[in-house]
Design a protein around this ligand. Structure first.
Ligand code: TEU
Length: 573
């Protein structure tokens, strides 16, 4: 972890674990901004940095502490910015470096911090390094990517791309294969090359010198590939080949070096996105000697995969969700630090996914807010989640913009013999990353106040009722509840650092957990069912209500009569 970023002036507590070392990034609430869809200031239909600047007071009012900005670097935008052509330039549609500097200044002036998205598993094929690399194998950049000579009719191995199809493309110019774990225009960098590593560190230090407060590191546990590039196991790997390069052979060496050469010299926070990672590995990544502050893991967001995988909808159960998230709550107690999130730009909207987004929309969205903001770890709110934004609909595949959905859906339909989009529509509408990418809903005016032009992607139909303006005037809204819970988290350190215990692990409808530290002891109770439910008091204690998503919840803790999606937080005596 970034050791010099840890403030060890923590209050005395009975527990003396490393996790009780205080740090600003443990106490922070993070808000994720997807620049494509946040706010368009110039009417071209695409969000931009000036648009974000216009909304800084909005973020300040909500009470968040850190902004994670999805990639804004120069890019052909095949994968909405995750294909970077120049790490040190801003994509023209988003603005200029001066705009970006004004954004950083505006955030810092409001005591908020900024973390940038670091995408260094791959670049765009338009990056100068790749252009040079394919043109000149013996030149300076010849070895910056993963090239394999060989027969153009024979793939170097059976690895699959995350976006469907083989992870290899034959390049006619260099007459060799190159690896791309994502799109063919996102070639993977060769982290075994020390010159590449130096260039990456130099670029990271350039951003750190500009005053940023950290990085979200894109698919960072994929960067180390074994030299011999062996075949993967199609039966046991989530992505064929993944067993060889997920947490690959030199991952700790590379990340340790990166840590030492870059962010450990600054007061930063770092969060590594991990394709798959278990709790023990996460402890190694985020513990005392680990290179990162925290990781994103996706175990809880795979519970609803069907037998055919991600492009199949399966049944998830609350018992499994509690078990999965609970393991991360308790497993990173004495070492390491968890992150907590239900949404990001790659995931469907949580209220549509885990609850229901019509009848009890407000109750369901606030129930999820309660969990997000009262679990242990740093919470991440994705833009629009604070309104309870919902999944959208796609009449046909041509309405889908996301390259991951388009490629995977075509391949899956082919593989499974599904002939028409209609037959597959429910799955696409449930799972597509585009669900998270519809424009932010600011008000009831045309295109939800996101743009004066034609938006790059249509707004969700429900924007006239579900928008910031509406919710800010309604004291009972999802937005106001988020604000209240963010305040509560800031006031009560037990919510940040306290221990976690599930009081009813086998209950199929109620999630009831305690959080305690020193003298403070809290109980959170959430009814995940769309109907009323009765339960005895889950703890042997009395308690006083702190907050609830129903305004007439009883003040004293006793036997529980919970209404649909009711959530309550109690102080225990
Ligand atoms: O995501 C990695 C990744 O695994 C997703 O693409 C995946 O499709 C999703 O999590 C569902 O499992 C990161 C970025 O967040 C994503 O937007 C990029 O497309 C991807 O890396 C490539 O840079």
């Amino acid at each position: 972890m970034a050791t010099n970023s840890t403030d060890t002036t923590g209050e005395d507590t009975e527990v003396t674990t490393e996790s009780f070392d205080r740090a600003w990034w443990k106490e922070a609430v993070v808000y994720q901004i997807y620049p494509w869809s946040f706010n368009d200031s110039d009417g071209d239909g695409v969000g931009d940095i000036q648009g974000i600047i216009e909304k800084l007071d909005y973020l300040d009012d909500l009470g968040v502490d850190v902004v994670w900005l999805n990639p804004v670097y120069e890019s052909p935008q095949i994968d909405n910015g995750y294909d970077i052509a120049d790490y040190q330039a801003i994509h023209e549609e988003f603005g200029t470096i001066e705009d970006w500097e004004a954004l950083l200044e505006g955030l810092h002036a409001r005591d908020m911090k900024l973390i940038m998205d670091l995408v260094v598993n791959h670049t765009s094929s338009a990056h100068e390094w790749f252009v040079e690399s394919r043109a000149n194998p013996d030149g300076e950049y010849g070895d910056y990517y993963i090239w394999v000579d060989g027969d153009p009719d024979e793939y170097p191995n059976n690895w699959e791309s995350f976006f469907g199809g083989p992870a290899w493309t034959y390049d006619e110019q260099r007459e060799a294969w190159y690896l791309h774990l994502f799109h063919s225009e996102q070639p993977d960098l060769n982290w075994e090359n020390p010159d590449l590593r130096e260039d990456v560190y130099e670029m990271m230090n350039w951003w750190l010198e500009k005053g940023i407060d950290g990085f979200r590191l894109d698919v960072i546990n994929l960067i180390s590939k074994p030299d011999d590039l062996p075949d993967g196991d199609p039966d046991s790997d989530l992505w064929t080949g993944g067993g060889h390069y997920i947490n690959g052979p030199n991952i700790f060496k590379h990340l340790g070096e990166m840590h030492d050469r870059t962010f450990s010299n600054y007061d930063t926070m770092t969060v590594g996105e991990m394709a798959t990672v278990d709790v023990a590995e996460a402890r190694d990544y985020t513990g005392v000697n680990g290179p990162l502050d925290m990781v994103f893991n996706f175990d809880h967001l795979r519970l609803d995969f069907g037998p055919e995988g991600r492009w199949d909808v399966g049944e998830w159960s609350l018992v499994e969700l509690k078990e999965t998230l609970g393991e991360w709550q308790t497993g990173l107690l004495s070492e390491g630090w968890p992150s907590v999130f239900f949404e990001n730009h790659d995931q469907p909207r949580s209220v549509s996914r885990f609850c229901e987004d019509d009848r009890y929309h407000r109750e369901a969205a606030t129930l999820l807010a309660t969990v997000l903001l009262t679990l242990r770890g740093t919470p991440y709110i994705y833009q629009g989640e604070e309104l309870g934004m919902t999944n959208t609909s796609f009449e046909s595949l041509s309405e889908v913009r996301d390259v991951d959905t388009i490629q995977n859906v075509r391949e899956e339909m082919d593989r499974r013999g599904i002939e028409t989009y209609e037959e597959f529509r429910d799955v696409v509408e449930y799972r597509s990353r585009d669900n998270a990418r519809t424009p932010m809903q600011w008000d009831a005016s045309e295109h939800a106040g996101f743009t004066d032009g034609e938006p790059w992607m249509p707004t969700n139909d429900n924007y006239e009722q579900l928008n910031v303006e509406e919710e800010r005037t309604d004291p009972d809204s999802v937005w106001h509840y988020y604000r209240e819970l963010i305040d509560l988290r800031h006031e009560r350190n037990v919510l940040v650092y306290g221990d976690y215990k599930d009081q009813l692990p086998d209950d199929e409808a109620v999630w009831a957990y305690t959080r305690w530290s020193g003298e403070e002891n809290l109980l959170v109770v959430c009814n995940f069912a769309a109907e009323p439910i009765q339960r005895p008091n889950p703890v042997d204690a009395t308690g006083t209500l702190i907050t609830s998503n129903y305004d007439d919840a009883p003040v004293d803790l006793g036997p529980l009569e919970l209404r649909p999606y009711e959530a309550r937080v109690y102080d225990l005596q």
